[in-house]
Design a protein around this ligand. Structure first.
Ligand code: GLY
Ligand code: MN
Length: 449
């Protein structure tokens, strides 16, 4: 059994997460005499149909419970350090269709909780918090059901719980890192399978099917995000979703796909030639992107400023594109005039965890500086964070045409050389790394070229 699987034999550390969030709240000056209240995602029906919609657990609820059941609830009593999970009771009408629901005994065995009650006992159970008359209930206001009264509590605090959990989620514990590693391991098997399929595939959808099918057969029934199975010039569409185009006469595949395992995500991109051999132009761009990633890896350690790593990727891109003859002129001017942003328009990476673009990154999508507008992590990256390192270079007409039409900017681009590169489409290479005190640990071992 792998080290990851041994780690994952234990229960998801819900109590430790409760304590961490409670400490965050009390350190911020909120009352210690409080109860955290959260609800699972509800079962929702498909419009005009009698079937349930695809279910995705609420991340706030999962973080403090490790429970994937719909229609559940939890309370965490901060001074008593008691976590109570409320699970749906048996509904005789649904057993014939869905089988028996999870029992209290199973819940005690599976989850790191102190008490298990039924979900129709939430109001009655919270009455027990009342007598002191000073207890505050912390909740996320849009995620409180109408029948929940909070009557026994002296005060409601609705403004800080979401932010507190968002911030606590940035630094992962060893169990969470193991879950991300497991999602990576399964995704790697799926990337390898998709790369094999390309040898005889005629359409992008065959890679898509191979990737998702392999994830499912290895125990990852959900995807972290919609797979990007792009070929040819579609590789320049950052979040390409069609995955249905013929591969004929196209050069490269860009496969950006990751499994979700027990609510934790992998996010991996590989770019490779359809025929097995890159053209000279594709190889040139691949090597630049590879160097961007390797160079950024070398900077990683606790408290590195993410803007600095992102800028470094731009410098490597500028030097590489100059050497290729696509960019011409003074490198400092190219950097300052943000010409490289037209080739590398997205951020270097984002936090990864229960969400693919995980919480706590403090992106500033209104930043007027185009180099940082889509940088999803701003400021220092602490030890324990998991972050993607995903440089790319793209040849996207929609982005480059306005630059080519602007004489102040087009002077830095050799149009004749550029014209040889449109069919490359785009190259992105993406790994998931765990930041440590002195460096990093790469959680992705998907083969590279
Ligand atoms: N994997 C898609 C993204 O990071 O946006
Ligand atoms: Mn990503």
């Amino acid at each position: 059994m792998s080290v990851t699987d041994v780690t994952l034999k234990a229960k998801y550390p819900a109590k430790a997460h409760c304590r961490r969030v409670a400490k965050y709240l009390t350190d911020a000056g909120f009352p210690h005499d409080g109860v955290i209240y959260l609800e699972a995602q509800k079962t929702r029906m498909v419009e005009d149909d009698d079937q349930a919609m695809h279910f995705r657990q609420r991340r706030y609820f999962f973080y403090l419970s490790g429970c994937k059941l719909p229609d559940a609830y939890l309370t965490y009593n901060i001074p008593q350090d008691q976590l109570t999970l409320f699970i749906p009771p048996i509904d005789p009408d649904s057993v014939i269709w869905a089988g028996l629901p999870e029992s209290k005994e199973e819940a005690y065995r599976k989850y790191d909780v102190d008490h298990v009650l039924y979900s129709d006992e939430v109001n009655a159970a919270s009455a027990a918090y009342g007598p002191s008359g000073s207890t505050t209930v912390y909740a996320i206001p849009e995620q409180v059901s109408e029948h929940i009264t909070f009557l026994p509590f002296a005060a409601t605090q609705f403004s800080c719980l979401r932010d507190a959990i968002d911030e606590c989620r940035v630094v992962k514990d060893s169990y969470e890192v193991a879950l991300i590693r497991k999602a990576n391991e399964i995704s790697t098997l799926a990337h390898i399978e998709a790369a094999k399929v390309v040898q005889k595939a005629t359409n992008e959808q065959e890679l898509y099917g191979a990737f998702v099918g392999t994830c499912i057969s290895h125990g990852a029934h959900e995807q972290a995000y919609h797979s990007i199975c792009a070929s040819g010039t579609s590789c320049s569409t950052l979040h390409y979703v069609r995955n249905d185009q013929p591969l004929r006469e196209r050069l490269n595949i860009l496969l950006d796909a990751g499994a979700e395992y027990e609510c934790y995500c992998a996010d991996i991109t590989r770019t490779f030639p359809i025929t097995g051999t890159f053209t000279h132009e594709s190889k040139t761009i691949y090597d630049i992107v590879d160097e961007m990633q390797q160079s950024c890896f070398k900077m990683l350690r606790a408290n590195i400023r993410w803007e600095d790593v992102h800028e470094n990727a731009h410098w490597v891109a500028i030097r590489g594109l100059k050497k290729a003859g696509i960019l011409v002129g003074d490198e400092q001017e190219i950097f300052e005039k943000r010409v490289s942003v037209a080739f590398f328009p997205h951020g270097l990476g984002h936090y990864l965890g229960m969400d693919t673009h995980d919480t706590g990154g403090h992106a500033d999508y209104d930043d007027p500086d185009t180099m940082f507008k889509y940088l999803r992590v701003r400021g220092e990256v602490p030890a324990g964070a998991v972050i993607t390192v995903e440089p790319g270079i793209y040849f996207c007409k929609f982005i480059l045409d306005p630059v080519l039409e602007d004489p102040q900017l087009s002077k830095y681009i050799d149009r004749e050389v550029l014209d040889r590169y449109w069919t490359v489409g785009g190259v992105r290479i993406e790994d998931d790394v765990h930041i440590t005190q002195d460096g990093y640990e790469n959680l992705t071992d998907t083969p590279k070229l």
